[in-house]
Design a protein around this ligand. Structure first.
Ligand SMILES: C[S@@+](CC[C@H](N)C(=O)[O-])C[C@H]1O[C@@H](n2cnc3c(N)ncnc32)[C@H](O)[C@@H]1O
Length: 300
């Protein structure tokens, strides 16, 4: 039993099933890169080479990797046929619903799982600014861009909270640093810290990033905020000030995957009732990483 999760006992639907799920190793998922290879050719080619892939009904380009080997070392990987990406980690880009011709910003983009998916979904026909503060992680993002045949991503390196206000964006993805509790599953991550101060420190940065992201959005534009953590301090509590002050409003998350609604209260704090429109993904509901995803709109 993971002691750090105990505080979520009343928050998570079927808490004992969550504890069971985190004690099992997570499956590996990949996303076929349709910028490099047509979907049917990908499926056939991978089967001919002896890779066992199980399709994910809800996302045509997603597959569970059942072996043999690990997916990061095959010739097809280096040819850019696919990206290794957790299933729930694919959802923020899908929920952002990017369109060709738009200006998109991924404010904390490296190593680029979500930004490269935005490029794929828009067939290299949008302008995507992929920003991150980490030089090292930007290097990885660039190598994915090259491998995957992406031509629509411009890479920048700013602190997200001071990203220059030179233009406004149609859609912004904000996937900030978080305590990553959702990536804790046996065989995948060491035990969690139980120090709530970690979440409180991250909350300050996450709130600054949300505020700045809203300023960078055009009126009527869409912001998707995602984390791979369960902590309400890093999720609903981060969005609460912007929603309460009317700087952004929640829009329901459109996804076929089972999830729990965002919280309306936690530990004696009440959140804006519209925060229930956010989605909480748990590994006992979707066999992948735990995630929180909220979709917001900047008022006209
Ligand atoms: C959760 S990861 C992003 C993962 C990425 N969205 C993906 O799908 O591959 C958070 C990222 O935020 C970056 N970061 C940390 N502080 C930042 C800041 N103040 N401004 C911009 N990026 C920051 C980290 O370097 C890290 O790459």
């Amino acid at each position: 039993m993971v002691a750090a999760f105990e505080r979520y006992r009343d928050m998570v639907p079927d808490f004992s099933a969550l504890l069971k799920a985190v004690e099992t190793p997570p499956p590996t998922h990949i996303r076929a890169n349709t910028l490099r290879v047509e979907q049917e050719k990908f499926r056939q080619g991978m089967a001919e080479r002896g890779y066992r892939l199980a399709p994910v009904a809800e996302i045509p380009e997603a597959f569970r990797w059942d072996g043999p080997k690990t997916p990061g070392g095959t010739l097809e990987y280096f040819r850019g046929w696919y990206q290794v990406q957790g299933l729930t980690s694919m959802l923020p880009a899908l929920i952002l619903d990017p369109q060709a011709g738009e200006r998109l910003l991924d404010l904390c983009a490296a190593p680029g799982g979500k930004a490269t998916y935005l490029a794929q979904l828009t067939r290299n026909q949008a302008l995507i600014v992929a920003n991150d503060v980490s030089h090292r992680r930007i290097g990885i993002l660039r190598s994915h861009n090259d491998r995957l045949g992406i031509t629509s991503i411009v890479v920048t390196r700013y602190r997200g909270q001071s990203f220059p206000m030179r233009m406004l964006f149609d859609r912004i993805l904000l996937d900030p640093p978080c305590s990553a509790e959702g990536t804790y599953r046996v065989g995948a991550r060491p035990p969690l810290t139980e120090d709530p101060e970690v979440s409180r420190r991250l909350q300050r940065l996450q709130q600054m990033l949300v505020s700045h992201a809203i300023k960078l959005l055009r009126p009527g534009g869409t912001l998707v905020y995602s984390t791979c953590t369960y902590a309400p301090e890093e999720n609903e509590a981060v969005l609460q000030p912007a929603v309460e002050e009317g700087r952004a409003e929640l829009v329901s998350v459109d996804t076929p995957f089972p999830h729990a609604p965002g919280l309306e209260s936690w530990n004696g704090h009440r959140f804006h009732p519209s925060l229930k429109l956010a989605a909480r993904f748990y590994p006992h509901l979707v066999d992948s990483w735990g995630f929180f995803i909220a979709r917001l709109r900047k008022p006209e």
